[in-house]
Design a binder for this molecule. Structure first.
Ligand code: RB5
Length: 162
């Protein structure tokens, strides 16, 4: 029995094909998956689509976000520009697993020019089914959220005494 998640996907033109294959895979797993675009493989800018999905995630419209561009990195930068979004750019299941357990990652990105779609499917399955551990890790994630809301982060600088 899976925990059914509401998932948004987005990409650029390079990630379009992998996105459609991963969308189908997650639907077969039983999740509710929506593709926020682009809806064909003509040129599309990763900052625009990464940010679109991240804004909706931050507003609580989705549980998780899955993003794809050539490397996965550019689109992760767009997503991580939104406070409260923690996007992990992944090529391995261990990082995906730990990013859920310790960092409560709520978005993941893949590079369509970096890893095979079959590998991305295995990583995704781990990422979707792993719960955040909470506890001391929750305190650290709260620090990240607060820093992103108050970029001067004076309180944190002061608390790291030499
Ligand atoms: C597009 O050429 C490429 O720059 C993009 O897909 C992505 O890899 C950026 O980070």
């Amino acid at each position: 029995m899976i925990n059914k998640l509401k998932i948004a996907m987005a990409s650029d033109h390079v990630g379009y094909q992998m996105k459609k294959e991963l969308q189908e895979y997650m639907q077969i797993l039983g999740h509710d998956v929506q593709d926020l675009g682009p809806h064909d493989a003509t040129r599309a800018e990763y900052p625009i689509y990464g940010r679109l999905a991240a804004d909706k995630l931050a507003k609580g419209e989705y549980d998780r976000v899955v993003l794809i561009c050539g490397t996965g990195f550019g689109i992760s930068l767009a997503a991580n520009s939104v406070s409260g979004v923690r996007c992990v750019n992944c090529t391995d299941a261990y990082t995906a697993y730990m990013s859920r357990l310790h960092n409560n990652s709520n978005a993941i990105s893949f590079g369509a020019r970096v890893i095979a779609t079959e590998n991305a499917k295995m990583i995704l399955e781990t990422w979707l089914s792993t719960e955040f551990e909470g506890g001391r890790h929750a305190d650290r994630v709260d620090m990240l959220i607060e820093m992103s809301q108050f970029p001067e982060a004076g309180a944190y600088k002061a608390s790291v005494s030499s």
